[in-house]
Design a protein around this ligand. Structure first.
Ligand code: PLP
Length: 513
């Protein structure tokens, strides 16, 4: 008990309690393989096991502490989906690792709030260096780095890819308004309501959500200023359709403001042709040689939330072809690069475009360093307060080294290749999209709605065993083969998955098919 009577835990007690948590995590990680991947629960089951009101009196002794950890094991662990399980093949992953886990503990324990450079210089400066390390790790051009001569770009950690897309959209809007104001004597009052957003039908829903939050749409189905561009047979954005849509909008008096390309779509990991998209934007702005749209180029953002991690391996960097022509990009080390959630890396080619859009300096936040132009990340995203998240990547990079990270990615690609070859040998199944990385998209052969129902029954039967966990998606109509049909997704990306788990998963799928 502290002098003031407040029941703080004394620092001397930290080691024992930290060891207890570490022991719990050790037991948890060792048990992952034998646990059903998903919980056997109905909504409200856990709620019923939790007291309705908080405790009135402190519980600081060792018995209470053991009771609390006991409740974690008794109540919480059975109510989890085990994302780190070797048998988790659903969605995209949320990789954890011991170095990131310990860095997270350190970040919490240091208790730093890095909203300004001055409120903890280490928080800002380690982040600057980590963004440059990560840029180098995935082969980004110099223009996205802080430390390259002549570069005005740089990167910042955001919580999620959704936040990066929103931030990019807000910066795009500010840039277009500023550019138009600089080039014309009068900016129309309704300018903002004429700005339009473009992405593919296969883009993540976060692009639409960003448009809603930024005021480009009133709700998810409001398409007045969002164009969802058709994809080709490989689920990639069609640049001819993009060009047509932008030209039609310009003719109708609208102003293309923001294009979001996806490197690794959520359903199938399709890779939009970034260079061709940049060409389409260029052609459109050249054709329309007069008017607002010609003066202000739309902003090109790349959402590489999941697949960006693969670019730590040089053999996958071609997937980012054209990245030297984009305004911003993001990817999530918290998905496939062993850096516990949350950690999205977001880069811009011109950091002034971001800070011009988001910088606000109330007097209480001003100090000598910020007045002198020091990087202040609060101007790079929505929140003011900032956790010390860069510690996680620092620990991960130093533990694994780039070589270790490449091994992690390549092992999953190898296992996906193996799973694909098992599928190919069973002609009841078809592979519905050429595999880009570690996601295998497959289905039971068949035509029409009945085959969708059969595939859904298979998925439900697989997941009902709780031995493995897979998810599904539906192909766009234009996809070949199986356009418009439901399929199963097997994403092999858990840090604990080994070849035996992939073989076991295949045996289970085959037996239920
Ligand atoms: N973009 C893509 C391509 C995704 O697949 C996802 C999620 O899986 C997201 C964005 C959203 O990511 P976040 O949860 O980081 O916002």
């Amino acid at each position: 008990m502290s002098d003031a009577g407040v029941p703080h835990l004394a620092p001397e007690a930290f080691p024992d309690r930290a060891r207890d948590v570490a022991d719990l995590l050790t037991r948890y990680w060792k048990s992952l393989e034998s646990r059903p991947v998903t919980p056997d629960m109905k909504p409200g089951d856990l709620l019923r096991g939790l007291p309705e009101s908080p405790p009135e009196t402190p519980s600081t002794d060792d018995d209470s502490w053991s009771g609390l950890l006991g409740d974690v094991e008794r109540l919480i662990l059975p109510a989890l989906t085990h994302w780190q399980s070797p048998n988790f093949f659903a969605y995209f992953p949320a990789n954890a690792s011991a170095p990131a886990m310990f860095a997270e503990l350190l970040s919490a324990g240091l208790g730093v709030q890095g909203m300004l450079w001055a409120t903890s210089p280490a928080c800002t400066e380690l982040e600057i260096r980590m963004m440059d390390w990560l840029a180098e790790a995935i082969g980004l051009p110099d223009r996205f780095r802080f430390d390259r001569p002549g570069s005005v770009g740089g990167g910042v950690i955001q919580g999620t890819a959704s936040e990066s897309t929103l931030t990019a959209l807000v910066a795009a809007r500010a840039r277009i308004i500023r550019t138009l104001a600089e080039h014309s004597t009068s900016v129309p009052d309704d300018l903002e309501s004429r700005l339009t957003v473009y992405t593919s039908t296969q883009a993540h829903s976060s692009v639409i959500k960003a448009a809603i939050v930024a005021g480009f749409a009133r709700h998810a189905d409001d398409r007045r200023r969002i164009r969802l561009i058709e994809t080709d047979e490989h689920c990639r954005l069609r640049t001819d359709r993009l060009r047509e849509a932008m030209l039609a909008d310009i003719q109708a008096g609208l102003i293309p403001a923001f294009v979001s390309a996806t490197m690794g779509t959520t359903a199938t990991t399709a890779i939009d042709p970034i260079a061709e998209i940049a060409d389409a934007i260029k052609t459109v702005t050249e054709i329309t040689s007069t008017g607002a749209a010609s003066i202000a180029n739309p902003w090109l953002h790349v959402d590489a939330a999941f697949a960006g991690a693969a670019c730590v391996c040089p053999e996958f960097r071609h997937l980012l072809h054209g990245i030297d022509r984009v305004d911003s990009l993001c990817f999530n080390p918290h998905k496939w690069l062993l850096t516990n959630f949350d950690y999205d890396a977001f880069w811009v080619a011109d950091r002034r475009a971001l800070t011009d859009a988001l910088s606000i300096s109330p007097e209480y936040l001003r100090n000598a360093a910020s007045d002198a132009g020091t990087i202040e990340f609060r101007d790079w995203h929505v929140p003011l307060g900032r956790r010390f998240r860069s510690l996680k990547l620092w620990f991960v990079m130093r533990h694994y080294g780039l070589e270790g990270l490449r091994q992690h990615i390549r092992e999953h690609i190898r296992l996906a290749n193996l799973f694909e070859s098992l599928l190919r040998a069973d002609n009841r199944f078809e592979i519905v999209q050429e595999r880009t990385l570690n996601l295998v998209c497959f289905r039971l052969r068949g035509e029409g709605a009945e085959s969708d129902a059969a595939n859904k029954r298979l998925l439900d039967a697989i997941n009902a065993t709780r031995r493995i966990f897979l998810t599904h998606a539906v192909l766009p109509k234009e996809a070949r083969p199986a356009g418009g049909r439901l399929f199963l997704r097997m994403c092999i990306a858990s840090p604990t998955t080994r070849e035996s788990h992939v073989n076991d998963a295949w045996n289970l799928i085959q037996s239920l098919a």
